[in-house]
Design a protein around this ligand. Structure first.
Ligand code: SF4
Length: 491
């Protein structure tokens, strides 16, 4: 165990945890070395992508071993953690403002510990520790599985420290941790990214690609299904299409194996890079029974010259060819994408090419953002002639153009039936409405049979009654219960 504080130092293993029960009060505590961990609360705020949400799940699950339970009330927490995102400027600003707020928390209760993890901690951990005097520790993306050791060190009285070392081991091996009690799980299959898109900070925050072995992922998923009641699995990675290359394995082979697991109903994967979408994977979209009918395939721009500056490694023609092949293999596949509006020095012609691509691709939905510069990236070193006003205008044009497309697509769905896994509810106009996602990722809202009916995590059949570009309303046809039965419509 390292006791010196040195920024960036890496410690050895945590002393063995031992659960102790007080014979008088019955209170459980965990003893680690000389330190006693009574029941404590952890509050954790996540920014950014699904990978970060997945990492947060892992952190919270590990912390159960140190007697922490999750709280939604920051004021009630003994340990306050942030999982940060370096990709979007907005996330970054929100994080810094929330981190500043925790100063007051610590003034009120000096025993509160504050830690920052994730992408910002990976690239700026030491600066954070030096700048924010109330911060106890920071931890990068590759050390999240050592969170208990870091928390232990902080409670052992160590001076504030930052850990942002990379995991140098050859293999990437983990076991999926779930704490939320839902039938949906994210399973990380590959970490890092070997691409070098000129606008992206991820290669700096997540390192080089490393895949888990196929058999390990299959065993992990089988256990999730058998012992934790998981029915829907989303395979995660910065570039899942690159999965397994270093081991002679592939995403297509993995999906084919997962498709055989009894009790697993739905397989999704994200995020994809068009360059690495193989013919073998396209075939699997046609053959795998449990693979979602939805694919999110980020294109970023509809202009070849812009794609070249972005270092995306494909052309518009190649990309559209992929969509054609996918639609041939799975005629009812639903497609979505990401668009960056106003990339560095984007011309009006390049912008128009993106609008044309939207028309041609007919996406069901898109995520679109105005380009924002990230420090350390190649694009951040270029002179840029575009103003934020132009970017904002182009973003609005892209969104308006896509709204018309998706409104037309969704109108054709009215009268169609879908099986939906219900994941929540809300109130609209005084009515309680449940909501869930179809196999093809469309969010559907519907009224229950009566106000008391609890449909959380039930599979239900619905029929679409109306649709706009952004919302689908439906009527409830049948409640199947918490397991998908064989007669469900499965769409
Ligand atoms: S593929 Fe490109 S955009 Fe995606 S994570 Fe890798 S570098 Fe970033």
């Amino acid at each position: 165990m390292t006791t010196s504080s040195g920024l960036g130092s890496r410690s050895s293993e945590l002393p063995k945890e031992q659960w102790v029960i007080d014979p008088e009060t019955g209170e459980k505590s965990v003893k680690v070395g000389d330190i006693n961990f009574p029941p404590r609360k952890v509050w954790m705020k996540t920014f950014g992508c699904q990978m970060n949400y997945h990492d947060t799940e892992r952190v919270l699950s590990h912390l159960e071993g140190l007697n922490f339970t999750k709280t939604e009330d920051q004021g009630d927490a003994d340990l306050v953690l942030f999982n940060t995102c370096a990709i979007r400027d907005l996330s970054n600003q929100k994080f810094y403002s929330k981190l500043g707020d925790t100063q007051h928390l610590k003034k009120k209760n000096p025993n509160v510990k504050v830690g920052v993890g994730g992408c910002v901690a990976q690239t700026e951990g030491k600066e954070l520790i030096n700048k924010y005097k109330h911060l106890d520790f920071s931890f990068g993306t590759d050390v999240i599985d050592t969170i208990n050791e870091l928390v232990y060190r902080s409670y052992a009285g160590e001076d504030p420290f930052a850990i942002n070392t990379w995991d140098r081991s050859q293999n990437f091996s983990i076991e999926t941790k779930v704490t939320h009690g839902s039938p949906q799980a994210f399973v990380n299959i590959i970490k890092g990214c070997n691409k070098c898109c000129s606008y992206c900070i991820v290669p700096f925050t997540r390192g080089k690609e490393k895949s888990r072995l196929l058999q390990e992922v299959v065993d992990d998923c089988r256990k999730l299904v058998e012992y934790q009641g998981i029915q829907e699995i989303t395979l995660l990675g910065q570039n899942v299409n690159s999965y397994g290359k270093e081991n002679g394995e592939s995403l297509a082979k993995l999906i084919t194996e997962l498709d055989k697991i009894n009790g697993l109903e739905l397989i999704r994967y994200t995020t994809s890079h068009p360059y690495d979408v193989s013919d073998e994977l396209i075939e699997v979209h046609g053959s795998a029974k449990k693979l979602s009918r939805h694919l999110h395939l980020p294109v970023q721009s509809g202009s070849n010259s812009c794609l070249e500056r972005m270092l995306r490694e494909y052309t518009v023609e190649h990309y559209l060819g992929l969509l054609e092949k996918l639609r041939k293999a799975k005629p009812d596949i639903v497609l979505s994408t990401d668009i960056i509006a106003g990339f560095v020095n984007e011309t009006e012609e390049e912008h128009q090419a993106t609008l044309d691509l939207l028309t041609e691709a007919q996406y069901d939905f898109i995520y679109s953002y105005a380009y924002s510069q990230r420090a350390k990236t190649r694009a951040s070193r270029w002179e840029d002639s575009l103003t934020d006003d132009v970017r904002g205008m182009r973003l609005r044009e892209i969104q308006a153009h896509q709204t018309v497309i998706q409104e037309n697509i969704r109108q054709t769905l009215v009268g169609k039936k879908f099986t939906v896994l219900v994941d929540g509810h809300g109130f609209k106009g005084g009515d309680k409405k449940w909501k869930g996602r179809t196999n093809c990722m469309r969010i559907v809202h519907f009224l229950p049979e009566n106000i008391e009916q609890d449909l959380q995590w039930h599979w239900v059949d619905v029929e679409l009654t109306s649709a706009t570009a952004f919302s689908c309303q439906a009527k409830l046809l049948k409640v199947h219960g918490r397991r998908m039965p064989s007669e469900a419509i499965r769409f």
